[in-house]
Design a protein. Structure first.
Length: 401
């Protein structure tokens, strides 16, 4: 086994996932094309040295359907010898792509791989690819499916968190992200998006609201109470009999935003880096996936982190910084509580509540953000983790070189 090193990473800013969002005019392939060209130019990379491009995309339909990874490689005028594959592990797709790339390198099967993901949520609505999970009544009933927001509210109820608790967490996400943006902490990795005429579409994450407070969030109505009344609460309560009723505390302001975005990470062996004239920035030390209870669905981060830590011979206390995807406020709160870590080491530059969750790209984005912040603070180790649709969890541990 050889080491898998991170040589560079880039991402687009995240644009509001609506028709008036900053990236709505940009197709998913256009987002990837810009990042591939930036990765090539800023590293003076001979693209023929890259074996494969592995991309996550959760809703692979329309413009982002088929094998968008290979399409993007060719559209960016990379060497024809560079292959491309597109995968989905729901919300973990971007991190799964990184982990698969690292596994290819570690095994010696390939020497240098680009990994990441893309999701244009303003152009292709979440869930528009269908699937038996939600569309087949037999499967739906057999698996005890409920929307993720119901699961998030159930977690908050089980943990004893009220509306004020989750709103306080969400406000802190916006405030941290606003400070990080103002101080230029994301500038190294963000590649502004321009249209075909060269006019800038978006240069910074679009959905950060610096004026957000617990008081402003308190005005919003719960998003999932009506769904619960339609029968989903009853479905969840049949499995979680210790709960009398679900307290619906999540809403648009303390849940991840729907946005457009893409991210790429350059991963390779030590020898491939030397051939390309590159210096490694980080090493992928450990990675893990697990399955978790599918009705509540969102409890996978902590057990996947424990599995990755065990494989690395580490404890949670050995990790300097954490990135826990903010699908809903209760998710990072629960992960931190289970692992016994302080929230001041979790999502220190804000998260998806403030900046949004471009499903197929988020895992690669937060791993890159983690590496940047480890470098900025001169710290050594970090762990990125996400909850995953269908009841799964994923985690990746990196260390600076």
């Amino acid at each position: 086994m050889t080491d898998a090193f991170i040589y560079d990473h880039v991402r687009t800013p995240r644009g509001k996932g609506k028709k008036d969002g900053g990236l709505h005019q940009a197709s998913p392939v256009w987002l990837l094309r810009g990042l591939l060209k930036a990765l090539e130019q800023r590293n003076r990379l001979d693209t023929a040295l890259v074996d494969d491009v592995v991309l996550g995309c959760v809703t692979p339909v329309g413009e982002q359907g088929a094998d968008i990874a290979r399409t993007a490689v060719l559209d960016a005028d990379w060497a024809q010898t560079v292959a491309g594959v597109t995968l989905s592990r729901f919300c973990a797709s971007g991190l799964e792509a990184v982990n698969l790339a690292a596994a290819k390198v570690k095994s010696g099967l390939e020497d240098m791989v680009v990994a990441g993901g893309v999701e244009s949520m303003s152009r292709w609505a979440m869930g528009s690819d269908g699937g038996a999970w939600v569309m087949d009544p037999r499967v739906n009933q057999h698996l005890g499916f409920v929307p993720q927001g119901i699961g998030a509210d159930l977690i908050a109820t089980l943990e004893g968190w009220n509306r004020a608790d989750v709103d306080a967490y969400a406000a802190r996400s916006h405030q941290r992200a606003a400070v990080a943006r103002a101080e230029g902490r994301f500038a190294r990795s963000i590649v502004p998006v321009h249209d075909i005429a060269g006019l800038q579409l978006l240069a910074e994450d679009e959905t950060i609201r610096s004026a957000t407070t617990p008081e402003t969030l308190a005005r919003l109505e719960p998003s999932f109470a009506m769904m619960g009344q339609m029968g989903f609460d009853a479905t969840a309560l049949r499995k979680y009999t210790m709960v009398e009723r679900i307290d619906h505390v999540h809403h648009a302001g303390n849940s991840s935003g729907i946005v457009d975005g893409a991210a790429l990470m350059l991963i390779g062996s030590a020898e491939s880096g030397r051939r390309a004239g590159l210096r490694p920035r980080g090493r992928i030390r450990s990675m893990a996936v697990i399955g978790s209870e599918p009705t509540i669905m969102l409890t996978g981060p902590a057990p996947s982190c424990r599995k990755a830590l065990a494989k690395a011979g580490m404890a949670a206390a050995d990790i300097d910084l954490w990135e826990v995807n903010e699908a809903f406020a209760a998710v990072p709160m629960k992960c931190a509580r289970e692992l016994g870590i302080e929230l001041d080491r979790v999502n220190v530059n804000g998260g998806a509540i403030a900046m949004g969750h471009p499903l197929g790209a988020t895992g690669a984005i937060i791993l890159g953000t983690l590496l940047d912040e480890l470098e900025r603070r001169d710290l050594a180790t970090g762990c990125a983790t996400l909850c995953v649709g269908g009841g799964m969890g994923i985690a990746t541990i990196i260390e600076r070189v």
